[in-house]
Design a protein around this ligand. Sequence first.
Ligand SMILES: Nc1nc2c(ncn2[C@@H]2O[C@H](COP(=O)(O)OP(=O)(O)OP(=O)(O)O)[C@@H](O)[C@H]2O)c(=O)[nH]1
Ligand SMILES: [Zn+2]
Length: 357
Amino acid sequence: MTFGPNTTERIARARADLRMGVPVVLQGGYVILAVETLDQDRLAAVRSLGDLALAITARRAATLKIAAYDGDLARVPLPADADVRWVRAIADPADDLTMPMKGPLYGLREGDALPHRAGIALAKSARLLPSVLVAPVADASSFAVENGLTIVPEYAALTTELSPIDPVIFARVPIEASEAGRLHIFRPEDGGEEHYAVEIGNPSRDEPVLARLHSACFTGDVLGSLKCDCGPQLRAALGQMGANGAGVLLYLNQEGRGIGLANKMRAYSLQDQGFDTVEANHRLGFEDDERDFRIGAEILRKMGFRSVRLLTNNPNKVARMQDHGIAVTERVPLKVGENRHNHHYLATKASKSGHLL
Ligand SMILES: Nc1nc2c(ncn2[C@@H]2O[C@H](COP(=O)(O)OP(=O)(O)OP(=O)(O)O)[C@@H](O)[C@H]2O)c(=O)[nH]1
Ligand SMILES: [Zn+2]
């Protein structure tokens, strides 16, 4: 019998620690700090450990014209005089245009990128800027114990296994689109965000269900933002399910295509500087789409659905559902909500991300 946290639970703690600016220790002998939450005291403390490397994704490195010798990331040695502002400016593109000269910068070729990769994966899962400082530490276990820090095996952050997701509760919620609405709550066992399913009527489990996988968009869904088409898509999908008498809408908490609301607002700020939705993600160091569609497939399966008529304009969603064992018998287009503010956004999704207009 053991009271202590297992690896998954340690990773959940590590995410919370990084969000607060608390360092995390990797078993292999490294200390990790998230750049977004770095402060002067912790930078000074971590400097005393030895040579520091700043890890950024290959996407961010491309913007800064740094060679990414590790493929998906680059390790930049930290100059002796670099302060928090300097470190932050490498990770955060906010001031790229006003203070473009950050160099000369180069990426390390020698050494192991595994801890850096694990650190970036942790920062992404904490919905922070995807950049970390990495310092070596001689005895990881005693260093963690002495300083009260969370320790995780470095391969663990890279695990590609999907966490089990459990149904928590459901209850009747009559909504505008249908009085026969029910809201189901699903909770991942790895401490990740909860996701919701709105079930309309009593859809048969033996035939394809009218379904939508809707990724959270606080600005569009709640505020009625005109920068995207999410709000109208959400309401139109529920409306169609109501008219049809049955359907299921998954509301997946993958805000900003999986980068989180703070990073999405960073992306919006870059869009105000003239970059499109894809370029903005890349400048921040993210891929265009960081969502994990296995979550949606798994929730559908848990609810007993095997095949869907999918409401979407995104062929990639159709492909990912099929990859993850949900048959898509039909793609049902969902073209609503175009306006003069989102025209360019929708055109970019069509030309760069394969969305069907
Ligand atoms: N990173 C980023 N995310 C955005 C931006 N605009 C909207 N989003 C997010 O994009 C996601 C859109 O989700 P969906 O509408 O489910 O998916 P989709 O890929 O557009 O495909 P459809 O099914 O055709 O709507 C939401 O998570 C929004 O928060 C943006 O400019 N940048
Ligand atoms: Zn939106």
